[in-house]
Design a protein around this ligand. Structure first.
Ligand code: PGA
Length: 251
């Protein structure tokens, strides 16, 4: 049995006060850690404050990191810096990073390896553009993204890895993928993990769906056999909807 995960991706939202108020509002209403792994991925500047207030049932992650250990990279944050704030997770290769900040499959791979090296758990994002979905190349896109993201990553470290399937056309658009479509893609990613590693690795790895998940769509999505949880932007910003999303993951 794979433990479900509900991960909020706050993107560039919430001041420190707003973030702390959110934690205060949700902390007693979230499912226990035995039932759901609940994560908030917050802007870097408030990570330390949130880590100090996290409980067993709410863990904290970052949204990005640089692959180098240190150096002249103005404005960047290293994996070790994240680790020193005691966050557990880091989103890597989100499509907004790929689209606006020139992230490539190669930088995603370097970041995944660095995150694992320092003991962070990467949430590795993949997903096709609308035109790729329409011209029938979704599987090819996922093939490339997954095989490149995990190049030289050994099977032993996969227990610390989460994959998020996020079709780009569904992110922030209100156009959620149908449960069947999302499940098919997550199942395909699982088959890629089996091809690259083993059946055991494929059975154990958690694969999330992301892209306009809401309190309306969450139940049907979570009922799909290949979907182990959600990576949620907009609907994770309000305490009451986030609580509902997390409770919908309890199996
Ligand atoms: P959304 O964002 O839920 O607002 O579509 C999801 C994401 O970008 O991770």
């Amino acid at each position: 049995m794979r433990k479900p995960i509900m991960a909020g991706n706050w993107k560039m939202n919430k001041t420190r006060d707003e973030a702390l108020e959110f934690v205060y509002q949700v902390q007693d209403a979230l499912p226990s850690k035995e039932k759901v792994e609940t994560i908030i991925c917050a802007p870097s500047i408030i990570l330390r404050d949130l880590v100090k207030r996290q409980g067993d049932n709410l863990r904290i992650g970052a949204q990005n990191m640089h692959e180098k250990d240190s150096g002249a990279y103005t404005g960047e944050i290293s994996a070790l810096m994240l680790k020193s704030t005691e966050v557990e997770y880091v989103i890597i290769g989100h499509s907004e990073r790929r689209q606006y900040f020139n992230e490539t499959d190669e930088s995603v791979n370097a970041k995944v390896k660095k995150a694992l090296e320092v003991g962070l758990k990467p949430i590795v994002c993949c997903g096709e553009l609308l035109e790729q979905r329409e011209n029938g190349t979704t599987h090819e896109v996922l093939d490339t993204q997954i095989s490149k993201a995990f190049a030289d990553v050994c099977e032993d470290s996969l227990s610390n890895v989460i994959i998020a399937y996020e079709p780009v056309w569904a992110i922030g658009t209100g156009k959620v993928a149908s449960p069947e479509m999302a499940d098919e893609a997550c199942g395909y990613i699982r088959s890629l993990v089996e091809k690259l590693y083993s059946k055991k690795a494929a059975n154990e790895i958690r694969i999330l769906y992301g892209g306009s998940v809401s309190t309306k769509s969450v139940n049907e999505l979570m009922a799909q056999p290949n979907i182990d949880g959600g990576l949620v932007g907009g609907a994770s910003l309000k305490a009451d909807s986030f609580i509902e999303l997390c409770n919908a993951c309890v199996k």
